[in-house]
Ligand binder design. Structure first.
Ligand code: E4P
Length: 222
């Protein structure tokens, strides 16, 4: 199970690489905007953080593109910036076609903003490296998400597609666990989701108890 950090903040990514051994990074226009810095400057800096490793950085093309040719042209430029970049294209007819063309050129693709199993299936058929169902958005819309992850994983396994199932827009630790139980390959979540998920109040109260016993016990001689 791989953990990706969903962020464009360089300090968060550096911490998550060092302390949590994250396997990759996903960015999107919202994350880039939150940095207040130019898109190309930010993604170049993130690329430098993972240079020389097998960790990937999912980098989104201009979401205004509607023609696959325009998607491919921008994706080619972005992919040339850094060998770790995986290019995000949308789950649209043009996005799927762009995925097929880019994979033919050896450029890795993350088919993103995916909300249904048939969209995921088409992404896999077009050779997607990752397919990203946005479960947080679905759940916010009152929809079930575990059945979707299960269906996508089952379809992938049934036909032995090489695509990795990247569960995205993960909002809490419960969703990480649900994705893992459903057999997803990767989750991507924000910094606070991991930070809060790795912590537990009982761990702290348990440590306080043990500290009190420890303090009442002689250590002895080595
Ligand atoms: C995944 O690749 C996306 O960047 C992300 O999970 C989208 O969700 P958010 O921006 O709503 O967190």
């Amino acid at each position: 199970m791989k953990f990706f950090l969903d962020s464009a903040h360089v300090h968060e990514i550096a911490h998550a690489l060092e302390m949590w051994a994250i396997d990759g990074v996903t960015t999107n226009p919202r994350h880039i905007q939150a940095t207040g810095r130019p898109f190309l400057e930010v993604i170049r800096e993130i690329g430098r953080l993972v240079a020389g490793t097998d960790k990937t950085v999912s980098t989104e093309i201009n979401p205004h593109h509607t023609r696959w040719e325009d998607m491919v042209a921008e994706a080619e430029q972005l992919a040339a910036l850094c060998p770790n970049f995986v290019i995000k294209v949308p789950s649209t007819e043009a996005g799927f076609k762009a995925c097929q063309v880019l994979r033919g050129e050896g450029i890795r693709v993350n088919v993103t903003v995916c909300f249904s199993a048939v969209q995921a299936l088409q992404a896999m058929r077009m050779g997607a490296t990752y397919v990203s169902p946005f479960i947080g958005w679905k759940e916010a819309n009152g929809e079930e998400t575990v059945p979707l992850i299960q269906e996508i994983v089952t379809i992938r396994d049934n036909y032995a597609f090489a695509t990795e199932v990247l569960v995205a827009a993960v909002r809490n630790a419960r969703q990480i666990v649900e994705a893992a139980v459903a057999g997803a390959d990767i989750v991507t979540a924000g910094f606070a989701v991991y930070q809060e998920g790795f912590d537990h109040p009982y761990t702290h109260s348990g440590l306080a108890r043990f500290q009190s016993f420890w303090d009442q016990t002689p250590y002895g001689e080595w």
